[in-house]
Design a protein around this ligand. Sequence first.
Ligand code: FAQ
Length: 320
Amino acid sequence: MITNTAQETELELLFQAKIDTEQKIEPKDWMPDAYRQNLIRQMSQHAHSEVIGMQPEGNWITRAPSLRRKAVLLSKVQDEAGHGLYLYSATETLGISRAEMITALQTGTAKYASIFNYPTQTWGDMGAIGWLVDGAAICNQVSLQRTSYGPYARSMIRICKEESFHQRQGYQIMIELAHGTPAQKEMAQDSLNRFYWPSLMMFGPHDSESAHLARSMKWKIKRETNDDLRQKFINQTVSQINYLGLDHPDKALQWNEERGHYDSSELNWDEFYSVINGNGHCNRQRIQHHVKAHEEGAWVREATAAYNLKKQLKLARDAA
Ligand code: FAQ
């Protein structure tokens, strides 16, 4: 007689074999509950990051220095909303509702990227966010295009295309400021100094401290480790800073011939954990703003639900 446990073991072996041979896992496929839960955690946090990430830049839409800059920033922020929507939809295929995800965000059960708890103080911060924050996001998301869960991988392909444009527009703001008046150059340097370190923290804790890394790599949810992706980003940013003619914020940065990488300073992990545990500059403000916007949008959700019900009723009556 085959027991439940033996059947589960066989299912798990078949599941892992599928992953090992680079086949995608689709919503209707069998998957271990821990795989499903880990994906819900990472994907919903990713979606929340896109949506909460609209706030720091949204803060500057009314103060953009020209009509063109305003239009570009507005469209970038709208793109982030779209990314949140693709990701929420992809996460819903795992059996969790949008409402449950929003509750988890608003009650602090689910996280969002630490970077969005830093304030945006100057126009230069719009440049630094596009260049560094979107740049770090792309670095990670390019590898997530090959993640094992089909809907997540497919959403990443489209998101990466848009993030590349975001990165370019941010870097272009930095080029103009860095090659502008001394005051503009100073603004660019200040934004770089403030956003460089939190951007490196976007990749998460060191591999040795990462709670989910081992299983996520085995299941190919993650394709590269936190430290490897961070190193890639550090390396690629050096020539970008040089081109801008700005000073690198990391005074200890040094090329290591043997490793073929730059060695860099240790990050302030106390700050990282403080921010992800709710004590950054803007954590409370970000969630309060989200709650307010969500409550103000209740009538839209109610109207949509009522419209859908009416449509279903008509379809049912027509079919009867
Ligand atoms: N911030 O075991 P690990 C964007 C948490 S998109 C906050 O290493 P994991 C676009 C982690 O959740 C940016 N929390 O975790 C944009 C876990 O806590 P938990 C978002 C963090 O998941 C641009 C704990 O620490 N991108 O910016 C952070 O294996 C401009 C232990 O860590 C993604 O979400 C952090 N930085 O690796 C929008 C990409 N790091 O869940 C607007 C997808 C770690 O147990 C404007 N996500 N934690 O409570 C990932 O690749 C992974 O989730 C990592 C973390 C790499 C972020």
